[in-house]
Write a protein that binds this ligand. Structure first.
Ligand code: ADP
Ligand code: ADP
Length: 234
């Protein structure tokens, strides 16, 4: 009962004849430090599964657990607190605040958690340096390339030492080379931190950065492979 766990998750949007069964009974475990890629055709339930596992969306039935605790047993306030302190999120794009420089974007979650500005900024700059962004601390998102902005988003997701990073198509807006750099940064940083990674992608080359891939179809897990992940070392 240490990592993420899904037991018989179902999610139905709407009801009656127009209901969509986005998740039709998903069982899944993600061990601490494991990296999981969720693949499958459009509409197969990947994003819904990610959001239910992350406590963003309540399941219709079944249980999503983190470290042995059911997310449904928490109050809304406690679930939000858990999401902020133990989960990190990376989306396709557009998640940085455009008016703030990179270091303040990264420091923001720490400051919201009560860390003093000087300490938060110092830790933010350390993470930016780890991710190859030394010298970019003062730039606003609009003054960064797409790949640089995604690395800032990764720094922001990791700065609070989360146990798991949820990433929904984090390279979806990038060309192949930049996507490779971003996946290298993301998986290296998760490994260094001991954080699990749960990644939604439709790109098999992106999935190969993870140690396990599952395939979804019509709300069910229909296949699974374990693999030696790609690493940046050549
Ligand atoms: P994927 O990420 O694999 O593309 P999703 O989880 O986004 O799949 O969607 C699964 C199914 O649920 C799709 O049929 C989609 O149209 C439907 N769906 C997703 N979100 C909603 C929503 N908020 N309301 C109604 N239907 C939804
Ligand atoms: P999809 O990945 O299926 O395209 P969306 O991008 O519409 O789904 O996002 C679905 C949910 O994910 C949103 O309701 C929101 O909670 C969250 N989300 C997506 N992008 C961002 C973002 N840039 N910043 C914060 N939350 C986001």
């Amino acid at each position: 009962a240490t990592g993420l766990e899904a037991i018989a998750l179902t999610k139905t949007y709407g009801d009656g004849p127009t209901a969509t069964h986005a998740l039709a009974g998903v069982d899944l475990r993600v061990a601490p430090g494991e990296s999981l890629a969720i693949m499958g055709p459009s509409g197969s339930g990947k994003t819904t599964l990610l959001h239910v596992l992350a406590g963003i969306l309540p399941p219709t039935a079944g249980t999503a657990m983190w470290r042995g605790r059911s997310l449904a047993d928490l109050s809304d306030a406690d679930r939000t607190k858990l999401r902020r302190s133990e989960f990190g999120f990376v989306f396709q794009s557009g998640q940085l605040l455009p008016e703030l420089p990179a270091d303040e974007n990264v420091a923001l979650p720490l400051m919201l958690a009560g860390v003093a500005r000087a300490e938060a900024t110092a830790r933010a700059r350390q993470w930016l340096a780890h991710l190859g962004l030394r010298g970019m601390e003062g730039r606003r998102p609009g003054e960064l390339s797409g790949g640089q902005a995604q690395r800032v988003a990764i720094a922001r997701a990791l700065v609070g030492n989360p146990g798991v990073i949820f990433a929904d198509e984090p390279t979806g807006a990038l060309d192949q080379t930049t996507g490779w750099e971003v996946m290298n940064a993301l998986t290296t940083a998760c490994r260094a931190q001991g954080a699990s990674l749960v990644l939604v992608t439709h790109d098999v080359d992106v999935a190969h950065w993870c140690s396990r891939t599952i395939q979804m179809r019509d709300g069910l897990v229909v296949g699974e492979q374990r693999q030696v992940p790609t690493t940046g070392a050549t």
